[in-house]
Design a binder for this molecule. Structure first.
Ligand SMILES: [Zn+2]
Length: 63
């Protein structure tokens, strides 16, 4: 899952926007943008899902 640095939203899937721009030499360049579903900024980090599972329970250490 991911956490947005701008609005702080935690989400599983970012919004993927595909766009293509026409090029002079007859081909289209395609871009893929992954954006926050709420604020639309691409600034987010992947975060570990913290559930109450037994595995990886001592993997996290908060100072
Ligand atoms: Zn956001």
């Amino acid at each position: 899952m991911f956490r947005c640095e701008i609005c702080g939203l935690v989400f599983d899937q970012p919004t993927v926007k595909e766009r293509s721009e026409p090029r002079p030499d007859c081909f289209r360049e395609r871009f893929k943008e992954v954006l926050c579903p709420i604020c639309g900024h691409p600034y987010f980090n992947e975060v570990e899902e913290s559930e109450d599972d037994d595995e990886d329970i001592d993997g996290e250490h908060e100072p």
